[in-house]
Every structure is written in C-alpha cells, then in structure tokens.
Design a protein around this ligand. Structure first.
Ligand code: KIV
Ligand code: ZN
Length: 388
C-alpha cells in the first residue's frame, strides 16, 4: 500500500453547495489557483452537468490549472458523464467522479429504484465513463448507511469495470470514527479486487466528527485519499476541513506515517481567500486558521512559549502561513511577556525597578482594558523617560 495521502479538495463543488456560498467563475478560478499553490492533488472544480455556468467553471479551471488533477462530479448517467468529460477536455489530468446512492433509504425514497437497478446503473455508468477517461472515481452516495453486502457487490462490479478510486461518503455525517474506519476496512477485506482501486473518505460534519472520521478511515480503513474543503465549508455543518486533516497527518506523522504533497505555507491565505469570497467568517478559535490558533493570553503560557515555543505549541504558526505566533498582552500576562514586548518595541528600561514600576501600571491598565496594544504600552512608559 502506498504511503502517500492524496488530498482531494472539493471546496468548489461540495463547499459551494453550502447555502449562501455560491461563487462566480472568476472567484472559483482565483481559489483554484490558490489550491494549486497549495499543491492539492485533486481539485473538484464543479458539477459540469448541473448548469451552463458550472460547465464553464470546470472548463476554465481545466484550461488554467496544470499541476493538479481536475475533477468534475457527474450523476451516474450518460448525459452527465459526457458533459463532465467535455468540460474536462482541456485538463492535463482529468477525473470523472460518478455518484449513485446505495442506501436503502435513498434507493427507495429518492431514486425509486430497486437495488438490482442501482447495481446495473452503477456498473454500466462506469463502463461508459471508462471509454471517455482513464481516471474514474465512483461514490456510492450515503455509502455509510448502505447495506455492506450490497455495497460489496456494487463496488466489486464498478472496480471490475475500471473505477480507479472508490470513495465512501458519510453523506449525512452519521458516522463514529472507529465504526467508520472499520466499515472501510471491512469493505476492503471482503471485496476481492479492492486493491485495484485507491480508497477514499468523504465525511460530513453534522456531529462535528468529519475530521476524526476521515482520519479513522485512513488509519483503520487504509484509505489513501481524503476529500475535504478549505475551512470545512460545505452543506449543513460542512465537510472535513482540509487544514485540520492536513496538519493532523503532518504533525502526527509518528502515528500516521504518511507523506503529503501539500505546501502548508499557503494554508492561511487559502482560508482567508475562501472566507472573504463566501462571506463565511472563520471563528477565532478554529484550529490552524482561527485568529487565536497561535495566540497566548495567559501569563503561564506566555512565559512558557517565550522560553520554548513547543511548551504550548504543537505546530509552528509559520508552517501554515502566519508570520509568527501571537502573545496577547492583557490582565493574565506575566512580567516576562511584558518585558519581552518592551524589548520588541525598542523600549530600553534602565533598571529592574523601572520595569517593575511599569509592569505594575500595565497590570492596572489591563484590569480596565481587555487587550493592551503596543500603543498603550508606549504611552504607559513614555512618562518614565525611557529611551526608545
Ligand atoms: O456527500 C456526498 O455523498 C457527496 C457525494 C456526491 C460524493 O458529496
Ligand atoms: Zn458531500
């Protein structure tokens, strides 16, 4: 089994399905360029058959982006597949992503098809797609709530027809990490030709477990592709967040033992671009890209990171695009953090007594003001006649 984890970004397709997140062609192109800078392996650029606009988006991205594989979603029917293949023609490397629901609920209530009909359609659609393109991904929609026996039958057949990636969606975010990991492991063990395809995870965040489920799919299930979005953008509670899953695999390489092609230095810029484009604000305490992700406010933590950053930081802010970590001066800050800030501001205090004096006044101010800015400190010490 390969030790490379493929990062498949679907911000421009599943992310855009988030109510209020629709993007123009220019906006999508800008984000696609940023995803290429990030060295995302596969960019799902849209759902070409869903509208003329989406067709044009997929086509333009396929024309411009040359380092990532460009993918279009398609329902498992000849019209959708032909349209997607047409949009992907300019791509250096293109992928067709076919999906068809396999859970009893979706087959009966949504598709109004019998399992045998779904089986046949899945098989024939992959056969059709394979005549147009070599790189074919198949997703049994609502796969995690499907009957494993039926799923094995469908997936074995689509692999025989030439599907090169099998993606197992937890479409409604119902999975639990250990169960989802074992679900994929079980499918891979039971399907005789399972090693002919790369296995992929696609998790939604309805119970806040999309990242944990994806990682379990990788670790327990042996998946080697993760489908994710920038900032976890996506329908309802969103999709697995790219920045979190990537930094988990990178930071805990000791546990996952996997290689990534991602250049993590572009993560923050990608997050800000997607946030500004969609108007979806990133919460301050969001892992990796939130404003507080590398900020320290308590005196004990500030003292710790000033002595050695890894006391309270498990990854480096600079590795994901921040210029540095952040010491937020406030009422919880200690003398060491205050003294360090004076040095950074070029304020030279003659004696320890002067520093103690200024620190006492700083604490007094901090009791009245939630965050102390550099200007506050400069004003506070200017009366002391301190040299700048
Ligand atoms: O969540 C889902 O099931 C999907 C599929 C189309 C892959 O987005
Ligand atoms: Zn999805």
């Amino acid at each position: 089994m390969t030790d490379k984890l493929i990062i498949f970004d679907t911000t421009l397709r599943d992310g855009e399905q988030s109510p209020g997140a629709s993007m123009t062609k220019d906006e999508k192109l800008r984000i696609a360029r940023q995803l290429e800078r990030l060295r995302v392996d596969v960019i799902e650029a849209g759902f070409a058959a869903s509208s003329n606009g989406d067709f044009e988006c997929v086509k333009s991205i396929a024309e411009v982006i040359k380092d990532s594989t460009i993918c279009s979603l398609a329902r498992a029917n000849d019209r959708d597949i032909s349209r997607a293949a047409e949009a992907l023609k300019p791509a250096n490397s293109g992928r067709l992503h076919l999906f068809l629901a396999t859970s009893p609920l979706h087959m009966e209530k949504k598709l109004r098809m019998t399992p045998d009909q779904v089986f046949e359609q899945a098989r024939l659609s992959v056969r059709f797609a394979r005549n147009l393109m070599a790189d074919i991904e198949f997703s049994p929609e609502d796969g995690y709530r499907s009957d494993p026996d039926f799923l094995c039958r469908v997936l074995e057949a689509v692999i025989s027809e030439g599907a090169t990636t099998i993606n197992v969606p937890d479409t409604v975010g119902y999975a639990i990490p250990e169960l989802y990991g074992n679900f994929i492991k079980n499918l891979r063990e039971r399907i005789p030709n399972s090693d002919k395809a790369i296995w992929s995870v696609h998790c939604h965040n309805d119970l806040g477990m999309a990242v944990a489920n994806s990682l379990a799919g990788v670790k327990i299930g042996g998946a080697r592709q993760v489908e994710c979005t920038i900032n976890g953008l996506g329908e309802r509670a969103g999709n697995c967040s790219l920045e979190e899953v990537v930094m988990a695999v990178k930071t805990r390489k000791d546990y996952f033992g996997l290689e990534l092609g991602i250049d993590t230095h572009h993560i923050l810029a990608a997050s800000r671009m997607v946030s500004q484009t969609t108007g979806f604000v990133v919460q301050p305490n969001k892992a990796v890209v939130g404003a507080n992700a590398f900020a320290h406010a308590s005196g004990i933590h500030q003292d710790g990171v000033l002595k050695a950053r890894d006391t309270y930081e498990i990854m480096r802010a600079e590795d994901v695009g921040w210029t540095a970590n952040k010491i937020v001066l406030g009422k919880l800050s200690g003398r060491n953090a205050f003294k360090q800030r004076l040095l950074e501001l070029g304020v030279a205090m003659e004696s320890e007594a002067d520093i103690n004096n200024a620190f006492a006044r700083f604490k007094d101010l901090a009791d009245r003001k939630s965050e102390i800015f550099d200007e506050d400190i400069l004003a506070l010490v200017s009366d002391d006649g301190a040299a700048h």
